[in-house]
Design a protein around this ligand. Sequence first.
Ligand code: SF4
Length: 362
Amino acid sequence: MGLAKLRIECVIMLTTYFRSSSYNTFDNCQMQYFLNYVLGLEYRATLKATLGNVIHKALECLALQKKCQQEGLRVFNDDAFGKVKISECDPDCLIERSFDWHRKNFTHDDWDNSADLKFCRKYMHEALTFDGGRYDPRNRKVIEAEQRFDFEIEKSWAKYCYILPNGKKLEGNLSLKGTIDLITEVRPGVLEIIDWKTGKHRTNFATGKVKDFHGLMDDPQLRMYHYAAHQLYPEIKHIIMTIYYIQAGGPFTLPLGPEDFAKTEDMIKNQFERVQRVTRPQLNPAPPWSSRPNKFTNWKCVKKSGQPFCTYAKPSKHDPNKTECQFFRDMVNKIGIEKVTEKYGDIDKLTHYQDGGGKRAK
Ligand code: SF4
């Protein structure tokens, strides 16, 4: 039976959109993808991820400060801080403000106020001062910070049609969604996108391989952002992609161009088809409750200390004797993925995503 027919006749792993995070999650663990992006169960960020967000927020505000200056404005609106006067945008003040805001809004057992703030301040300054301030948003012409995108891919391969067990039909085209950290103008007709990475390692989480220049050329996030940026700015012919590993090797600028769209689309198409073929999501890191546990890879589920690393390695609220991951694995085996999706998934959210607006890719 061909994939197109499968899509019509039964529900498989519903997918109506990709973000770079969902794309990567599928490679890392199919069950995590299913729980997070299909059923819509919350995945709680680690402290390290929250500290990365602290740095991102400070850099975002500095970019917005510059954009205001370019436009002769004195105040901008921030989704976390509300109205911010550009006169208050000193990097050290911003990092403290960002830290305090995240400290109040995100609960982690292992916050260390002094050391964590020091860490954030240090890496924010690394980003600002590298190569004489070349990547400091204040030294650039800022087009946008935290630019969101959300558009459907208008290609025949991107169409989906799912019939839920209750008879409801979901149909549309696969969407791409995401947020681009910083878009700057290098010169008229040339934009540079900068994506900050604050992690300690420059590795592919799924494979463990270090991302070198060639690996980055095939990086799904960069390719998706490059593709999306051309949808957002169709009049611009040259969009340069820079990924900046603040802690792990500095900036990498990639020569992606419009001639790369075909490969990017192929990559997305293949992943879309792979996801839709899944009827029993694999527990890729092989945790202790999987059929073939692997102690070398299951640190992605449970830490050496026995504490959960993955949110879904915590006790299930449906059955405290099992982890959430184990509970849903067993449910899928028992009643099938479609019934689990119908019973536990947020179908309205999936429908809503399908209806999401945004530009359409030609
Ligand atoms: S606990 Fe492990 S196997 Fe289960 S969803 Fe999380 S990463 Fe995947």
